[in-house]
Design a protein around this ligand. Structure first.
Ligand SMILES: [Zn+2]
Length: 542
């Protein structure tokens, strides 16, 4: 055996390889795991250039893979000051002032102040207006804040003026400029309205955008992620990922992209998506296509079998769902894996029927996935395993945005029966489904420690006072870890070479201070992350 380049040693290695579930040492060369063994084996693996990293009491697992993120689109949505922790108007004023001071933004000189992640509940029941923006930065500041749902914005009076917004507007979509006493409040709802000011924002310099992209991926590596399924390959994604991949250190984590297919896209676009499947570089590749069959429960745009309590969420995102089916058939026949956002029961049913009816399923198996799966009727639970469709779910959407007592908007719109079928992670696992877990960043934070904890707790990690949402849907510690490792790998058709710690597999590892299978989930959410290894290279070391 050739000498190892890197040997990682720890008291506990959970390999997730049934042939050898426990180990204490892992040898790596040329991006592959070359041997798995005990501390006593390390001597025989060692050459003169071998680096041995002994992590003592730490726990090593296969590296974690997020099932669903938007790393490129998220760069725009998360530009500027992070306001996601703001809970009051006073905190908003303070956070804006601190952010401007930290960044040295020249507010008087006309520089834009940008923020993101603001929860409208920070207004504590008062009307949502630009008053705190003026209080923080003065009447002449140009301020643009993206609210937490990424579908609305709050802008300053000067920004409204620059965009020529002086009163209500008519839009083709359901967008609106919110007004009070005939005057715009600064609150802009939905993209057509948001874009009136958004289009005035200076585009980011390419170097800065590249730096923020790299920093984002590096912060993902720092919490144990070795890869992510990226749902955006639009705009400048290709140039951005190529630029960072070509730097000496390369991408901090692996990215697997799925470009969008929209209803208005024609056959030419499908051909283009097939062509894109050849795009790849070091640690990244296009491998799949992303569809949506509906929108969101909260926005009244999901596709439900019966209307919600507002009489909404009855229409598919594809005006003719048969065209969606035809597009999936077309791509499957060409070996392109599909990923479909389906939140409502009717939407999920349509995707499952589409996969069940694929004439091309007898050829090489093309992996299909359904994303989100927010309200799932009983008769569809077993279909995932039967049709070999991966369920890809985001446990923090349940724990952050719904409540056990159904007092939240999502639950009220669905009513009790359908809200009681929320985010059925455990039922799907018990029915034999493959369940990939993820965050949908920037919709929710990407930290997999917290997602794993919430998947086990069915409430927000660290908030013991919160009542769990449908605790019967809690995953075991092992199921949660599998959602980020073995199941994530199989979902991508990589079950034979990733997701486990075993000789011959990709050398992608994570090392935690606390054992994800034995630690209390609230504590694991805070666990140190000692080491992340991607492709045999140390990409993060605490
Ligand atoms: Zn998403």
């Amino acid at each position: 055996m050739t000498a190892a380049q890197l040997v990682v040693v720890a008291d506990t290695v959970h390999t997730l390889d049934p042939a050898r579930p426990h180990a204490q040492a892992v040898a790596i060369a040329d991006g592959r795991i070359t041997a798995v063994g005990d501390r006593a084996d390390v001597g025989s693996w060692r050459g003169k250039d071998t680096e041995v990293v002994d992590l003592g009491a730490a726990t090593v697992t296969p590296g974690l893979v997020d099932g669903h993120v938007h790393p490129v689109m998220g760069l725009v949505l998360t530009a500027g000051i992070d306001l996601s922790a703001v809970r009051t108007r006073g905190e908003l004023v303070g956070a804006l002032r601190a952010g401007v001071a930290d960044a040295g933004t020249d507010v008087r000189g006309g520089a834009w102040v940008r923020g993101w992640g603001l929860d409208p509940n920070a207004f504590e029941g008062a009307p949502i207006t630009h008053e705190p923006l003026v209080a923080a930065l003065g009447p002449d500041a140009l301020v643009h804040i993206t609210l937490f749902d990424a579908h609305s914005a709050l802008v300053s009076p000067r920004a409204l003026e620059l965009a020529g917004i002086t009163g209500p507007r008519e839009f083709r979509s359901g967008a609106s400029v919110v007004v009070a006493d005939g005057r715009p409040t600064g609150h802009l709802l939905e993209l057509e309205a948001v874009d009136l000011v958004g289009d005035l924002l200076p585009s980011e310099a390419p170097e800065q955008r590249r730096r923020r992209f790299r920093d984002l991926l590096q912060s993902m590596a720092a919490v144990g992620l070795v890869g992510a399924n990226a749902m955006d390959f639009e705009g400048d994604s290709a140039e951005l990922v190529q630029a960072v991949a070509q730097e000496e250190a390369g991408l901090p984590i692996r990215l697997r992209f799925a470009p969008f297919v929209m209803p208005q896209h024609g056959r030419d676009h499908l051909d283009h998506v097939v062509d894109l499947q050849r795009s790849a570089g070091r640690r990244w590749a296009v491998d799949g296509a992303k569809f949506m069959v509906d929108g969101t429960i909260d926005g009244g745009t999901a596709w439900l079998e019966e209307a919600d309590t507002h009489g909404e969420s009855t229409a598919p995102f594809w005006p003719d769902p048969a065209e969606y089916t035809a597009a999936v058939e077309f791509l499957t026949a060409r070996g392109v894996p599909t990923v479909t956002h389906a939140i409502g029961d009717a939407g999920i049913r349509h995707v499952l029927r589409t996969v069940a009816g694929l004439s091309t399923r007898t050829g090489p198996v093309v992996p299909h996935r359904i994303e989100h799966i927010e309200t799932l009727p009983d008769d569809l639970v077993e279909e995932f395993a039967r049709l070999d469709v991966t369920a890809s779910m985001q446990p923090t959407h349940c724990t952050h945005f719904t409540k056990a007592d159904h007092s939240d908007n999502w639950s009220r719109r669905l009513g009790k029966v359908r809200a009681d079928r929320a985010f059925r992670t455990r039922d799907l696992r018990d029915a034999g489904a493959r369940l990939a877990l993820g965050s949908d960043w920037p919709v929710a934070p990407f930290d997999p420690r917290a997602v794993i904890a919430d998947a086990r707790l069915r409430r927000t990690a660290g908030r013991v006072e919160e009542e769990p949402v449908l605790p019967g849907q809690a995953l075991t510690a092992l199921m949660a870890l599998e959602g980020y490792t073995t199941h994530a790998a199989t979902a991508a058709g990589l079950g034979d070479r990733a997701g486990t710690v075993r000789a011959g597999a990709r050398a992608d590892l994570a090392a935690f201070g606390l054992d994800p299978l034995r630690a209390d989930p609230d504590e694991f959410a805070q666990s140190p992350v000692h080491l992340t290894v991607v492709d045999g290279s140390v990409v993060h070391r605490a």
